[in-house]
Each structure stands twice: as C-alpha cells, then as structure tokens.
Design a protein around this ligand. Sequence first.
Ligand code: SF4
Ligand code: F3S
Length: 106
Amino acid sequence: TFVVTDNCIKCKFTDCVPVCPVDAFHEGENFLAINPDVCIDCALCVPECPAEAIYQDTELPKEQNHYLKINADLSEIWPNITELKAAPADAEEWNGVANKLPMLEK
Ligand code: SF4
Ligand code: F3S
C-alpha cells in the first residue's frame, strides 16, 4: 500500500486525489488517508503531491512508520474524497514543517 505521511498535515493539496484509479483517499479536516485495503500500488499519486508526502510502505522512512496505522485507522472512519479541492490558504507555509502530528485533527 501507499501511505500519506506527516507533511500532508495542514497542506492537504489534494492533487493526489483525482489520479487515484480506485478512489482510495479519505478526507479529514487537515490530512488525507489512504485505505490500504483499496490501494492497488499504482504509484500515480506520488509525483502529484507538492508536499512529497506519499510513500510506498516498503520505502517508508523509519520516522514515518506510525503513519501506516494512522492511514489504516483514519481511512476507516473518514469519508471518501474523489475530487480535487482548494488547499488551505496557508498550505505553502506548512509545506516542509517537521513533526506536524500534534496538529493532526482526527
Ligand atoms: Fe491510489 Fe495508486 Fe496512490 Fe494507491 S498508489 S492511493 S491506488 S493513486
Ligand atoms: Fe496531502 Fe499531498 Fe495529497 S499534501 S492531500 S498527500 S497532494
């Protein structure tokens, strides 16, 4: 599966969403999660993300390992998202800020 990681938080550009052939993305207030049971490992979403926040599970940096469970858990409870939408007005200011997990709104 592919995994959305820390840098998506408060960026949520959603460029990843429209390219997903199986609608694997789910939307929270300030983060997206991929449903691991739906993702077919096509990798199309990776180059779309301006925040470079998506990794294959096999290439997940160690410090992002907890995002495996975060994606699995949150994609279960959050609604599906299938279309591009406007990013938060301050998305670029948060792009690249480290350790945004405390700001993840569940
Ligand atoms: Fe969707 Fe492909 Fe990204 Fe998985 S890797 S979330 S199937 S676009
Ligand atoms: Fe997040 Fe990147 Fe998609 S910031 S919403 S994973 S385009």
